[in-house]
Design a protein around this ligand. Structure first.
Ligand code: ADP
Length: 324
């Protein structure tokens, strides 16, 4: 649309075909017909002003849609991957295609050993696709310079460092430690209730607090994309529910884009905007299930009590068991 407008290509025709998208476009259409009939009599400057006005109005109308279109962070295009060892070839991913928009929370589930962690390693650039390509911000994964945060099952906090010094470790390694980033680290500690533990050692914190510290260590680097590989599976069931709720809310509050890999279906349904169900190895996309909950306050814990929860859970369950 923008290109057509910039090149001043048959605007009235364009608006006529697209007026069904928005009633106001019909108004623009009529306006444009008037302008074009009067066009010959107007000066070039006047025509330029007319085009600019219409361009700005249309841009205002469609800004949200354009932004949604443009802000695709991650794109998998027909990606396949196989491990090659002396014992032979192990195909892990089979022609996977999907995209993730800014701010989305995607949950990926699949039978154990199907290739979920392989998929995350490909996004992180630790492995390279054998077929197809992975784009981050429209650039091939090898070329992009985006910041990707990884959160794993284990929190990997170092006992010989205080919580604060653990949190700034990534900043130190990336040579990004300065007064602003130090301030941000302190702010995140305060916002997420760990300021009193800044000088504590990791062993003095509960499992949930440790995971929160691990998330802050990732967030302080301001990642464009967060990869969560079974981050709660080392916790006991009760802690897992509260930590999942806690971490899920922090990620939403910080407006981060996240991809969660989990074998826990209820975790996927309570946290995601979409659940991607993978088939058994080599993983192909079996189904994508968008999640929508009609609730005023949408949190992972509240979702578990919502009427839609069971329906979505059963849908994912059926898809998964159909693939086994
Ligand atoms: P998931 O995370 O879904 O459990 P993975 O992505 O870890 O599965 O592994 C997918 C398949 O690839 C498994 O069958 C696993 O045995 C195999 N695999 C993983 N890593 C390697 C490797 N380094 N070499 C050979 N095979 C591997």
């Amino acid at each position: 649309l923008i290109i057509s407008l910039r090149l001043s290509l048959h605007l009235p025709v364009f608006c006529f075909f697209f007026h069904f998208l928005h009633p106001l476009l019909f108004f623009f259409y009529s306006l444009l017909i008037l302008y074009t009939t009067a066009q010959k009599k107007q000066s070039g400057f006047f025509r330029l002003i007319c085009r600019r006005t219409v361009f700005l109005l249309l841009h205002k109308l469609y800004r949200n849609r354009l932004e949604a279109l443009m802000e695709t962070i991650l794109e998998f295009q027909n990606v396949s991957y196989a491990y090659h060892t002396l014992d032979g070839e192990t195909p892990a991913l089979d022609h996977i295609s999907f995209s993730v928009k800014k701010g989305e929370f995607i949950a990926i589930v699949g039978p154990s050993g199907c290739g979920k962690s392989t998929l995350l390693s490909l996004i992180a650039g630790l492995l390279h696709p054998e077929e197809g390509q992975i784009l981050i911000h429209g650039k091939s994964v090898e070329l992009h310079n985006s910041n990707i945060g990884y959160m794993l099952q284990k929190d990997h906090l170092f006992e010989w460092r205080s919580i604060y010094r653990n949190i700034i470790l990534g900043l130190e390694i990336q040579h990004k430690l300065n007064p602003q980033t130090k301030e941000k680290a302190k702010e995140l500690l305060a916002t997420y209730g760990l300021q009193n533990f800044a000088k504590a050692r990791p062993s003095e914190l509960s499992g949930g607090m440790r995971q929160r510290a691990a998330l802050i260590r990732t967030l302080v680097l301001d990642p464009d994309l967060l990869l969560l590989d079974e981050p709660f599976s080392a916790l006991d069931y009760q802690t897992r529910l509260t930590v999942g709720d806690d971490i899920g809310q922090i990620i939403r509050k910080e407006k981060k884009t996240a991809i969660l890999v989990t074998h826990d279906l209820s975790e996927a349904v309570s946290l995601g905007d979409r659940v991607i169900v993978l088939s058994a190895r080599p993983a192909a996309i079996q189904q994508t299930i968008p999640l929508h909950f009609e609730m005023k306050e949408d949190t992972p814990l509240l979702r578990r009590n919502a009427p839609e929860f069971k329906t979505y859970f059963n849908l994912v369950w059926r898809e998964l068991n159909g693939s086994e």
